[in-house]
Design a protein around this ligand. Sequence first.
Ligand code: ADP
Ligand code: MG
Length: 184
Amino acid sequence: MLKNKTNNNLKASNLSSLKTVYLGIGTNKGTRETNISSAINLLSNIKGIKLLKISKMLKNPPQEGIKSGYFLNGAIKLLTSLTPLELLKVCKKIEKKQGRKETRIQRRKISRVIDLDILFYGNEIINTKELTIPHPMIEKRYFVLIPLMEIAKRFVHPLLKKSIKELYIDYCAPTSIKNCASAV
Ligand code: ADP
Ligand code: MG
């Protein structure tokens, strides 16, 4: 089902201009599994996007001072003919369509129905007002590294020049995070 739909999505594209992209996906509000599958379904219907791989979703407690229920986090590998900004717009549109409201109130994050982040856009390095790529928190978040270990183990971070596996080992070695053990 995915295959036919996504092939059509890229029909008119020049194959050499397609980029491999990794997205992070997360949710901590409502029916998490449904939020994830709806977002993936919406993504798969976008012209210029072909989904390649979807990691398992990791269930984990809220991090970084967010006071809320548990999160589901995962990663998605896709091919796209969209530019980084076009892709960001698509992500924001999907977040909005799924009912995501403002996530920061007085600089404190609150629950979100869905969060789509561009982790990597090929090997590009982008630092603009709207976009920081690679996403700046990849190497500091086990809930991003573990899903990436499943679908992008050998991908090399274009700034840090280390593979996902190396970043994962760097992150997990000094910690006692029990989730780390399951991903190697
Ligand atoms: P967070 O993902 O950090 O919880 P938000 O999803 O609310 O925060 O994103 C806030 C803004 O971050 C977005 O409006 C977007 O312009 C910006 N942003 C910068 N880099 C990226 C990226 N790589 N992927 C997605 N959004 C990004
Ligand atoms: Mg985001």
